[in-house]
Design a protein around this ligand. Structure first.
Ligand SMILES: Cc1cc2nc3c(=O)[nH]c(=O)nc-3n(C[C@H](O)[C@H](O)[C@H](O)COP(=O)(O)OP(=O)(O)OC[C@H]3O[C@@H](n4cnc5c(N)ncnc54)[C@H](O)[C@@H]3O)c2cc1C
Length: 470
């Protein structure tokens, strides 16, 4: 890749009328580098903030003419910096966040830089919702292109299962619509490996009637209840209810009072139905019980006080085959807490485990979309958070050690299967040696789609695909 020079920047500015072009000396440049995790901040050579597809097209063609690396920023939540560039061009979609609703067809169209907050709120204004992320400041861009789990997945599947079309600016600068009938192979690839093919200008999703109020909130348990909590969560998966889900956080109380087990509960129904669904957990006598009815859009804000911007973070996917082994989770919990207590800079870290009804997701064959990880395996994340930059390597290595233990456990439980269980792409960091089976049996077909739509490999930052011929 070439280095940027003044003449190149001048040429770019002269071609762009409406977009902002920011270089290190511009007002707003530093701010534009902000990401959810400080580990994602890189000194871009130039940041282009487009307002329409034409701006994106010009920026992409210019970058290839000058042999400059391209990164695309949606919501900016990649902890590995895949939406950032050291010295190259960042196409930052922060000005493309509009969300529109079409009431007759019950569809929601969100621009590529929107967050789920905008989608949740626009939908709620019309009594509608679609499957979006459980933390509302994540971007629709990355989350959709890698599959997308949310609280409504039990009823409606993944975000990509509700994606009707996407408009994409390709590397050659053309704007195309991808859907089941237009560019069907591109549409297939976008749904699960979508960071590899272009810049998505907007996504159109099927939405559903959504009652304003649902039953949700937080339960907090002391560590002695760990096995009982997981027994209940195992039971919930063995008796799935499509309107229900839970997430369990092994972490420390924000007030510093020690380790805590937090469960976020969700029931898309009334208080009575929710109370009945979570009676087993409630009867364990949680130290905190903040379950209540609330607007659906509020459920996706419950994690916001912990999932704040700032600090250094690492996001490592872990995958488990239910039921969760109780002695395994006890060992993981004790080891994690011991390490965090020995280094208080890690105090805001957590192991997050999901308990979702996978039946709807598994109804769709793995070959139907590029997402290979449609199976009964549940997802989780080791989310480390710290401030000391000199510890980046050490903390990431530790996260990989924990991750390896989960992988050994998963392999042991699934060893009779024909193929290794593919793992959820959005929870995997690129280059992750432990989580390596991302594309599964879809890899070869994806390489062919890549060769058609991005033969020069312009989009290569997140789980890159080589073309079939390379
Ligand atoms: C706090 C938090 C909560 C999360 N919760 C969930 C959850 O509930 N469910 C779930 O499934 N996942 C969840 N994730 C994972 C999340 O889906 C991924 O981190 C996702 O990649 C974030 O997308 P983004 O647009 O915010 O990030 P970015 O860093 O902007 O983008 C991530 C990747 O997608 C590409 N990209 C983004 N937008 C576009 C676009 N418009 N066109 C082309 N490429 C684009 C970027 O180039 C980059 O490679 C969560 C992550 C975090 C950090």
């Amino acid at each position: 890749m070439a280095k940027l020079n003044d003449a190149g920047i001048k040429a770019l500015r002269s071609r762009l009328d409406t977009a902002s072009v920011l270089t290190p000396s511009s007002d707003g440049y530093q701010e534009s580098l902000t990401r959810w995790s400080d580990t994602g901040i890189k000194p871009a050579g130039v940041v282009v903030q487009p307002v329409d597809p034409a701006d994106i097209s010009i920026a992409l063609l210019w970058a290839q003419e000058h042999d400059i690396e391209v990164a695309v920023k949606g919501g900016g939540h990649s902890t590995a910096g895949t939406s950032s560039s050291d010295g190259g061009l960042v196409i930052d979609l922060s000005y493309m966040t509009q969300v529109t609703i079409d009431l007759p067809s019950k569809t929601i169209t969100a621009q590529g830089g929107a967050t789920w907050k905008e989608v949740d709120e626009a939908g709620a204004a019309h009594g509608l919702a679609t499957v979006g992320g459980t933390v509302n400041h994540t971007g629709v861009g990355g989350l959709t292109l890698g599959g997308g789990y949310g609280w409504l997945s039990g009823q409606y599947g993944l975000t990509i299962d509700n994606l009707l079309s996407a408009r994409v600016v390709l590397a050659d600068g053309t704007l195309v619509t991808a859907s089941k009938s237009d560019h069907p192979e591109l549409f297939w690839g976008l749904r699960g490996a979508g960071y590899n093919f272009g810049v998505v200008v907007d996504f159109t999703y099927q939405a559903y009637d959504q009652a304003e109020m649902v039953f949700s909130g937080v339960l907090g348990f002391t560590p002695d209840k760990l096995e009982h909590v997981f027994e209940q969560l195992n039971t919930s998966l063995a008796n799935p209810d499509s309107r229900s889900g839970a997430m369990c956080f092994l972490t420390h109380a924000p007030d510093g009072s020690g380790p805590v087990i937090v469960v976020i509960c969700f029931y898309n129904g009334s208080r009575e139905e929710g109370l009945a669904r979570f009676a087993g957990l409630i009867n364990l006598g949680p130290a905190i019980n903040a379950l209540d009815t609330m607007p659906y859009s509020m459920v996706n804000t419950l994690q916001n006080p912990q999932a704040t911007y700032g600090d250094r973070k690492s996001f490592k996917g872990i995958f488990y085959e239910p039921p969760m082994d109780l002695s395994f989770v006890r060992t993981v919990f004790e080891d994690f807490m011991a390490k965090v207590q020995s280094d208080s800079d890690l105090m805001k870290s957590a192991i997050i485990l999901e308990f979702m009804d996978m039946r709807k997701i598994c109804e769709i064959p793995s070959s139907e979309t590029a997402l290979a990880s449609r199976n009964t395996t549940q997802n989780g994340i080791i989310c480390l958070r710290w401030t000391d930059e000199t510890k980046d390597k050490e903390h990431r290595a530790w996260a990989r050690q924990i991750q390896a233990k989960w992988k050994t456990e998963l392999d042991a439980k699934t060893k009779g299967r024909k193929t290794e269980v593919p793992q959820y792409i959005n929870y995997a960091e690129p280059g992750d040696s432990v989580v390596s089976n991302i594309y599964g049996e879809n890899l070869e077909r994806l390489q062919t789609v890549k060769a058609t739509y991005d033969p020069k490999n312009v989009f290569h930052k997140m789980h890159p695909l080589s073309t079939a011929s390379t």
